[in-house]
Write a protein that binds this ligand. Structure first.
Ligand code: HEC
Ligand code: HEC
Length: 285
């Protein structure tokens, strides 16, 4: 027998990696699989339960919003972790397996718009990951679009933990701003500029904690509606005006095939003061 490494598919749904040396008469195994465990040759790209086998179950948006807010502060794991935990973590708390086998801390990566790079808002990334935990692209994309369009046009933050505000954050009302963008960089910088509160202030941390709750809540509303409507679910928000306007000529089969994406075009291509040249004669004090 030349196969001395085998993958055993645990009967309980857990994947145990066993290692057996045959021919030498020596056998050892790190996590010794139960003798009765079904033995299976690992198949490339196959995953336990099949693709998208985890099923979403209805959650209470208000309950999860508070948990998402707390998740944001938990060990400083941040927005993506908070939102994902507010969804899949809550399913784990309520229903156990398989949801409780997910390594939630992976989503610390979304903090600061992906390892502090300010790209996609981590709360949106966490929510999208949660949506894709249950639904494949054709069903998930419209849900993600609904969430992102809502985010672009909403004045954040909305959620207010009141007395339950985290001691590391800030207690009290916070000023809001509309980012017109799904990017962490634009969302945070715009808020910091318009409110005159620092991008590295306690208030800004608190703002993002509250947005974590807002995004989690909205994502759960979308997921719950999807569960009710099934294949008939449709988002309520239309394509952004700028995307329609610019997309008339930019796109596949259009006048010029030079466009990727669905972000609103105005935040970057409007020639606003903020998007003009800052490498010369700047700042004008
Ligand atoms: C009437 C058709 C049309 C519409 C509407 C349109 N574009 Fe264009 N756009 C073009 C064409 C054609 C080009 C040239 C492409 C080339 O040179 O290959 C172009 C080029 C561009 C370029 C690169 C060159 C440059 O001038 O900077 C950008 C950026 C751009 N468009 C952004 C936009 C945005 C943002 C909108 C929406 C506000 C928009 N376009 C709407 C037709 C259009
Ligand atoms: C987050 C900011 C941002 C958003 C949102 C955005 N763009 Fe851009 N876009 C850019 C930047 C930056 C470039 C590269 C510009 C350069 O080459 O100097 C670019 C490049 C382009 C180009 C290629 C032209 C070139 O000169 O490189 C086109 C066409 C374009 N964008 C159209 C659009 C349209 C249409 C939308 C909306 C559907 C949109 N963009 C949304 C920032 C953005």
């Amino acid at each position: 027998m030349d196969q001395n490494r085998r993958l055993f598919l645990g009967a309980m749904g857990g994947l145990a990696l066993g290692s057996t040396l045959t021919g030498t008469g020596i056998a050892f195994a790190k996590d010794n699989p139960p003798a009765a465990a079904a033995e299976a040759k690992p198949q490339r790209f196959a995953q336990m339960g099949g693709d998208f086998s985890w099923k979403y179950q209805k959650l209470d948006p208000a309950e999860s919003a508070m948990v998402a807010y707390e998740g944001y502060w938990h060990k400083g794991y941040g927005c993506g972790y908070g939102v994902y935990y507010g969804i899949v973590g809550m399913l784990a708390e309520k229903f156990g397996a398989p949801y409780n086998t997910f390594p939630f801390s992976i989503f610390e990566m979304f903090k600061g718009g992906m390892s502090d790079w300010g790209t996609i808002c981590g709360a949106l990334a966490g929510a999208s990951a949660a949506i894709f935990t249950f639904f494949p692209r054709k069903q998930a994309n419209p849900m993600v679009s609904e969430l992102f369009r809502w985010y672009e046009k909403t004045a954040f933050p909305i959620f207010d933990p009141k007395e339950a505000a985290n001691p590391k954050g800030f207690k009290g009302a916070l000023p809001t701003s509309v980012s017109n963008s799904v990017l962490c960089h634009i969302s945070v910088s715009r808020w910091a500029y318009t409110t005159k509160l620092g991008a590295n202030s306690k208030e800004r941390s608190e703002r993002c904690g509250r947005i974590t709750a807002d995004v989690c809540m909205k994502a759960i509303e979308i997921l719950n509606a999807k569960l009710d409507a099934g294949m008939d679910w449709k988002g309520a928000l239309p394509k952004q005006e700028s995307v329609v306007q610019c997309g008339a000529c930019h796109g596949k089969g259009k006048m010029t095939d030079t466009l990727k994406g669905n972000m609103g075009c105005d935040s970057c291509h409007s020639g606003s003061e903020a998007t003009m040249d800052k490498f010369h004669d700047h700042p004008k004090m």
